[in-house]
Design a protein around this ligand. Structure first.
Ligand SMILES: [Zn+2]
Length: 325
């Protein structure tokens, strides 16, 4: 059996998978609140006690971690106190032959080649170039980016800190956002626009007066409330904020596609995209995606762009990686 993990600051998903020719077959998936455990070993012990998992033998494991990974050590920094995860410790404690730690976007990247048509929504059909790289961008609590390098007929996803690169403003209104962010924090990273908190930052510049949809912008529920109000057209300012979010998301996906020369396709992961799908499929995202100078617009118009709908995709990717260890 294969053990796959998607370890985040808020929740951790663990999955037991069986080897299969095309892609590992899911046996059991469980979700745990990360903060209720002191470390990964405690969480894995709880998973091992689960009726569907108890008594099974695990040969390979791979964990995607939302934090920096160096060799066989990873740090999960957005829990307090931070977790240190060591592959060797996990392997010894649970009798697993091989354990691999990867960045969470890398884990998602390993799933991309095995996603089924029913697990994606197509924003732009395009035509994938054989042997072309693939780019992956995922806005959620933060912004993750990864390039899947096409090497010898396979894809190698690499980790990055692309979300912390500078926000590239394209319009007068985005320059207002840029100024506001620099005044507030001294920097304007692209993650400060393209994340849950990013939607809140955009909300600030699209509301002159009170917002009928969101009372407390500091609440963790504020991003979802803004998106919901926008999709239901209950507040003009929220509609505006979500529109700016989609524009910036499309433009950054286009930037990443150019940097990666992602003629194999661009995939949109993360928790936000499936929740705002109606505002992504109406053409606005793709208009921003291809909005570069010629002849690069033509290059971008040929790239397939797809939203990943399977919420367990990162787990599937970790299982794919575990199977290859
Ligand atoms: Zn509003």
């Amino acid at each position: 059996m294969l053990l796959a993990g998607d370890i985040g600051g808020t929740s951790t998903r663990l999955g037991l998978f069986d080897r299969a020719p095309d892609r590992p077959r899911q046996v059991a998936i469980r979700t745990f609140p990360t903060a209720e455990h002191n470390d990964l070993s405690s969480l894995l012990s709880a998973f091992r006690e689960d009726a569907a998992v108890k008594g099974t033998s695990i040969e390979r494991a791979c964990f995607g971690v939302a934090g920096p990974v160096a060799g066989d050590r990873a740090a999960l920094t957005n829990v307090s106190p931070p977790w240190t995860i060591e592959a060797r410790t996990i392997a010894q404690a649970f009798g697993i032959q091989r354990v691999s730690l990867v960045n969470d976007l890398q884990a998602l990247g390993y799933a991309v080649p095995v996603l089924l048509p029913s697990e994606v929504a197509v924003l732009q059909e395009g035509a994938a170039v054989d042997g072309g790289n693939v780019a992956l961008i995922a806005a959620g609590t933060g912004l993750g980016e990864s390039i899947l390098h096409a090497v010898d007929g396979t894809f190698v996803p690499v980790a990055s800190e692309g979300g912390h690169a500078d926000f590239a403003a394209r319009t007068e209104r985005e320059i207002v956002v840029l100024r506001d962010l620099i005044q507030r924090s001294g920097h304007a990273s692209v993650e400060q626009v393209l994340s849950g908190r990013g939607l809140v930052n955009l909300h600030r510049v699209t509301h002159a007066g009170p917002c009928p949809a969101v009372e407390d912008l500091d609440s963790p529920d504020a991003p979802a409330a803004i998106a919901q109000a926008a999709l239901e057209r209950r507040c003009r300012g929220c509609v505006d904020a979500l529109g700016m979010f989609v524009d910036a998301y499309g433009a950054e996906a286009g930037n990443l596609a150019l940097r990666a020369l992602a003629t194999g396709g661009v995939f949109i992961g993360g928790g936000i995209a499936p929740k705002i799908l109606p505002s992504l499929i109406d053409g606005r995202f793709i208009r921003a995606f291809v909005d570069k100078e010629l002849p690069f617009r033509e290059l971008l118009e040929k790239i397939p762009v797809k939203v990943i709908l399977n919420e367990h995709a990162a787990l599937v990717g970790a299982a794919v990686r575990a199977a290859a260890l």
